[in-house]
Design a protein around this ligand. Structure first.
Ligand SMILES: Cc1cc2nc3c(=O)[nH]c(=O)nc-3n(C[C@H](O)[C@H](O)[C@H](O)COP(=O)(O)O)c2cc1C
Length: 207
């Protein structure tokens, strides 16, 4: 009744400009985030790597819930840290274990060159001191949600990557969210099991 006379004709609403002066800190970080593909020749400390991993998939509640949202709290994502030589970490590829906030080295040696080649030779993956690779173990989420679980995993990778990007801005660390790579080649470099697929590579380095 109350809607009588209203039409669905398009109506434009000019929004108030987001005032730079009123910006909160999080808005500053959002405004400053850009894809960065060149980095200083400076290693990342273990503490910085720890903070970035926590932002990505760290535990942030007593119940074990994490910093990035997850459909049904099923957490299909894994984070791998590809550490080059001359860094604080021994060179190699590490898996991040959210529970216990731990890294487990699974592969020894500087694998940045091979990872870069697997990603169409994108140079920032070779030059960044560290890259994070976000992968998904789909069965963890498709068991409950069927094929819709695949899209949930992609969405979660986006949440996770954005957390890394924004904390990176805060810490003076640049990254670029890289999606262009040969899945099978990345899988080989990381020696991923058959049920785990790479989704994103984030090279990380000081700006
Ligand atoms: C899903 C996805 C995949 C991307 N893959 C690549 C990539 O392989 N290489 C690259 O240099 N940038 C990649 N980018 C970064 C975009 O080029 C970048 O976000 C875009 O140019 C906008 O610039 P901005 O991030 O600075 O706002 C990707 C971004 C997204 C969201």
């Amino acid at each position: 009744m109350g809607n009588q006379g209203l039409t669905d004709l398009p109506m434009k609403v000019k929004l108030p400009e987001p005032e730079a002066a009123d910006r909160s800190h999080i808005e500053e970080l959002i405004a400053k985030r850009r894809s960065v593909r060149r980095y200083k020749d400076k290693e990342l400390s273990e503490s910085v790597i720890s903070r970035l991993l926590w932002a990505a998939q760290g535990v942030s509640s007593k119940e074990g819930l994490r910093t990035a949202p997850s459909a049904g709290a099923l957490y299909p994502l894994e984070i791998h840290v590809v550490a080059g030589e001359d860094g604080k970490l021994e060179p190699g590829i590490y898996r991040y274990i959210s529970e216990g906030h731990t890294l487990v080295r699974e592969i020894a040696g500087d694998m940045r060159e091979r990872l870069s080649k697997a990603a169409l030779s994108q140079p920032m993956i070779r030059s960044a001191p560290v890259s994070f690779v976000i992968s998904a173990v789909y069965p963890r989420i498709t068991g409950k949600y069927g094929s819709r679980g695949l899209r949930y995993a992609y969405m979660e990778a986006g949440h996770t990557a954005q957390n890394i990007c924004l904390l990176g801005v805060e810490l003076g660390i640049g990254t670029c969210t890289v999606g262009a790579f040969e899945d099978e080649e990345v899988r080989k470099v990381l020696k991923l099991p058959a049920n785990e697929d790479p989704l994103y590579i984030l090279p990380l380095g000081y700006i």
